[in-house]
Design a protein around this ligand. Structure first.
Ligand SMILES: [Zn+2]
Length: 902
């Protein structure tokens, strides 16, 4: 789906009128020109000391800055710049009342200072004086309408743009006519960069925001606001880059409150609540009244209690503090709710967004967040309505735009209901494998709920997306998230569908996601990320040993290379992985911890830990109480993981030649290196691959057999089985090829090549059981292949599994088979006795495709005589169907599923 912002912004009538008035060519007003001139001359006189004070402000030396600025104002240093600096400083320190008073006084001398008025709006808002704040905006608006736009100094033009944005002007227009225009007039207009980038961030256009900040940093490399802004732009996409920018901002200004708050937010995401609390203390030391600091404290208070019991005293107190000065500040509840939703507590999150909207019904961030929450909670009508509303109000809002487009895609999905599951899939996929998906989910539900002692009364919504971008928008609100196959929100699961581009085992993925449903419900959404993932991966492998994650050479290297993350920091490993491999490793390690806990302390202990979490216990305390002190667990787990790593193919030599040490394309050099390292995994693989490339099939067999013997569990890239099978195939040694691939099929969850080739061989040899076995494996990865259903249909037919054969052929018909006449004929034959009417339809379809199909004619005659064909006097073979739809009539549906067309 398109991800760009819409090209055609829609303006309301009022906005258009306002914009026209604002931009019209009116008479230049003398006063503005005079003031601009005067300010210019004063600037040069006080430039040096003003620059020094500004530097103090920028580097967080607020006390010194306050002193120098106060002195300059008292000694009547002329120019609004000092007053602006003072106002910014007082606001940064949380002295909102004082800021408002000083701005009022300054406005007596500088009545047309847009920047002072804009700061006056901010200060009054934070004091809770909404009327006075609105008055400031109204004054700005009057000035903006009265004075021609090109007479404003660039920073004033930016402030004017920010003000009209607050008044509801079209963002794109503001960007072009105010922010970009200011930049054109003065390429060093710092305010313009900041405003344009902040606007992009607000609209979730993070790439654009990052570009703006990068550009700005070329001019203002020592400006902490730019580094902070860049960090914020990276928040959703790249935590590593975010931390780097945040470090730079805090290095330049250790007292930068917004940067400290962003750091606290990141620490909350990493579940490092103690560190987050310290960052908030640092922010409070600078500005004890910042509402967001208190909102984050409220989030921490919530996270200390399970959902929905979250109404503790600490929650109430911190929220009250956040709203102390500005009692209807919608940002407070918006922020608390947004963070709770991120922690799987969408219901509580939604309640906060509703509260934010009570304070300000036009606060769109809360509205779009509420839309997301409701969609995740399954309250879709209201969710989509809100997304529409935001999109209509703000065409520049990327999240709303993407959601509205997603809804169009989703409206074409099929909804299936079965066993307390509501499944949404692409229509064709639903017909093809919806029954298999529901069947698997039902198995997961009954097995996992019983195992963990959960009584799950309600339905679970599952949505499967063929397009990764749709999945990402539905799941994260934004495109991206390429590393994810599925996500669970408690009672809603979203995942890639079997049709997704990269092959993956959709059965394993859904088992994993449903396990999240169980553990999140069991703990009332209060569990660390690592434990949730660890149990889900572990349960995959309990269901099927080829699912989940296994030790492999990379993990071995990481564990022995001391890259194991301590359990207490394991959740953070998911958030900030240096590479996709590290993310995979975080899943593996988490599952290994769960395996360790179950092995050493038993399932009951794992259940007891979950029960403690549900009561509001912290994970470390729960582990200590139910198993052993965390320090001891950490120590023993390290030994356990190390042993597991060392036990991997113990006879293999894992060394890898350094870069420049060996030319891998030089066959002779590689052979010599291998002679010195006969059990080397890397060299054996490379050596064998070279032989295969040189078509030396027989020679390749020996190193490949050795490779398999050394490490028989390996089914990753370039595994010995696949390579050896290639050699056998080229030598015409089909039986050996079959044996090798069969071994691989047993240990791999997604080797479609092996499954497909084994089916092909089995078809030739009429080994029907083998066809069925490997066909089922294939279906778990990619059920959309016509030849798969054809082979399964044939095999099932041959072994007398008529029902399964009928299903296979029905699925095949959905995939435009090469020979539909034959498939329909076979269906006719299989249904001849159980459902002659449907059988007859299929035979007619076969004849429509192939009118001379003799066997079909014979079968039709038999069906007519047996089923009492209507006495129309017309011989059956001369009847011509008018259309396929006429013949087939009703929909063919899997027996256990009910359709529910939304
Ligand atoms: Zn997961």
């Amino acid at each position: 789906m398109p991800l760009q912002r819409p090209d055609q912004p829609r303006l309301t009538q009022q906005e258009q009128l306002m914009s026209r008035r604002m931009l019209r060519h009116s008479r230049p007003i003398l006063i503005a020109a005079c003031i601009a001139f005067t300010v210019g001359s004063i600037r040069s006189a006080f430039a040096q000391s003003l620059d020094a004070s500004r530097k103090q402000f920028r580097t967080g030396q607020y006390t010194q800055c306050l002193e120098s600025t106060r002195k300059a104002i008292e000694s009547r240093a002329y120019g609004e710049e000092w007053q602006i600096l003072m106002a910014e400083l007082l606001i940064a320190l949380g002295r909102y009342d004082q800021a408002a008073k000083e701005i009022d006084l300054a406005l007596l001398n500088y009545p047309v200072s847009i920047r002072l008025l804009k700061l006056g709006h901010t200060a009054n808002q934070y004091c809770g004086r909404a009327d006075r704040a609105s008055e400031m905006l109204a004054r700005i608006y009057r000035l903006g309408s009265a004075i021609e736009i090109e007479f404003w100094a660039p920073p004033d033009l930016v402030a004017l743009g920010e003000a009209v944005l607050l008044l509801g002007c079209e963002p794109r227009l503001v960007l072009e006519q105010f922010f970009n225009r200011a930049l054109k007039n003065d390429p060093n207009c710092r305010e313009s960069y900041l405003a344009a980038a902040a606007l992009a961030t607000d609209k979730q256009d993070y790439d654009l925001a990052a570009n703006q900040y990068r550009k700005a940093l070329q001019r203002f490399g020592d400006d902490p606001d730019m580094h902070y802004g860049l960090a914020k732009a990276f928040y959703n996409s790249d935590r590593g880059a975010m931390i780097k920018s945040l470090d730079a901002a805090l290095y330049l200004n250790p007292n930068h409150v917004p940067a400290l708050l962003l750091l606290a937010e990141h620490q909350i995401d990493c579940e490092d609540y103690a560190a987050a609390s310290k960052s908030l203390d640092r922010a409070s030391a600078v500005n004890p009244r910042h509402p967001e600091t208190w909102a984050y404290r409220c989030v921490l208070a919530h996270l200390a209690t399970p959902d929905p019991v979250g109404g503790s005293k600490a929650v109430e107190q911190t929220r009250a503090n956040a709203l102390k000065d500005w009692s209807t500040n919608p940002q407070v509840d918006y922020l608390i709710g947004r963070k709770l939703s991120q922690d799987y507590r969408a219901a509580s999150g939604a309640a906060y967004q509703r509260q934010a909207l009570k304070f300000d019904p036009d606060y769109l961030p809360a509205k779009i967040q509420l839309a997301q929450d409701l969609l995740r909670l399954g309250h879709e009508d209201e969710g989509w309505k809100l997304a529409d509303e935001v999109h209509n109000r703000d065409a520049y809002n990327v999240q709303a735009y993407n959601l509205v487009n997603l809804r169009d895609h989703l409206s074409k999905f099929k909804t299936l209901q079965g066993g307390k599951f509501l499944l949404r899939m692409d229509e064709r996929e639903a017909a093809l494998c919806g029954d298999m998906v529901v069947d698997l989910l039902q198995q997961a539900r009954s097995q996992l709920c019983e195992k963990y002692g959960l009584e799950l009364g309600h339905s679970v919504i599952v949505e499967l997306f063929p397009e990764q971008q749709d999945f990402a928008v539905r799941t994260f609100g934004l495109p991206g998230g390429d590393g994810f196959l599925g996500v669970c929100f408690g009672n809603v699961i979203t995942a890639n569908s079997p049709k997704a581009e990269r092959p993956f085992n959709w059965q394993a993925t859904l088992w994993h996601e449903f396990c999240h449903v169980v553990t999140l419900n069991l703990t009332r959404n209060k569990m660390p990320r690592w434990l949730s993932e660890g149990i889900s991966v572990y349960e995959e492998s309990q269901r099927n040993p080829t699912w989940g994650q296994q030790m492999n050479p990379q993990y071995r290297k990481m564990i022995l290379g001391a890259e194991l993350t301590p359990i207490s920091n394991l959740s953070a490993a998911f958030l900030n992985p240096p590479s996709p491999m590290h993310l995979q490793f975080a899943y593996y390690e988490s599952a290994l911890v769960v395996e360790f806990l179950v092995e050493r302390f038993g399932y009951k202990t794992l259940q007891a830990i979950l029960a403690d979490l549900a009561k509001g216990e912290q994970i470390n305390a729960a582990i200590s109480r139910c198993a052993a002190p965390l320090a001891e667990i950490e120590k023993k787990f390290k030994v356990f993981a190390r042993k597991r790593a060392e036990d991997l193919a113990p006879d293999v030599d894992w060394e890898q030649a350094e870069k420049g040490q060996l030319d891998t394309t030089d066959r002779q050099a590689l052979a010599e290196w291998l002679a010195k390292h006969p059990n080397n995994f890397w060299a054996l693989t490379l050596y064998a691959k070279n032989l295969l490339a040189d078509r030396k099939w027989t020679d390749a067999k020996e190193p490949l057999k050795k490779l398999i013997a050394l490490y028989p569990e390996y089914s990753g890239d370039d595994n010995g089985y696949l390579l050896l099978a290639e050699a056998h195939r080229n030598l015409g040694e089909t039986e050996q090829e079959r044996q090798v691939l069969s071994k691989l099929a047993i240990i791999s969850a997604n080797t479609t090549y092996a499954y497909g080739r084994l089916m092909e061989i089995a078809m030739q040899e009429k080994n029907w059981q083998d066809v069925i076995e490997n066909g089922q494996r294939y279906m778990a990865v990619y059920p959309l292949l016509p030849s798969l259903h054809w082979q399964l249909g044939r095999a099932n037919e041959e072994v007398g599994r008529d029902e399964q054969a009928i299903e296979s052929y029905r699925r095949l018909l959905l995939l435009d088979p090469a020979d539909p006449a034959d498939v329909n004929y076979r269906l006719g034959r299989l249904l001849e006795h159980t459902d002659p009417a449907v059988a007859k339809r299929h035979v007619l379809l076969a004849l429509a495709e192939a009118p001379r199909f003799r066997q079909a004619h014979r079968l039709l005659l038999k069906l007519i005589s047996g089923a009492g064909f209507p006495q129309s006097g017309v011989p059956p073979e001369s009847r011509k169907p008018t259309s396929t739809r006429d013949i087939i009539g009703g929909q063919i549906e899997p027996p256990t599923i009910q359709e529910d067309v939304p």
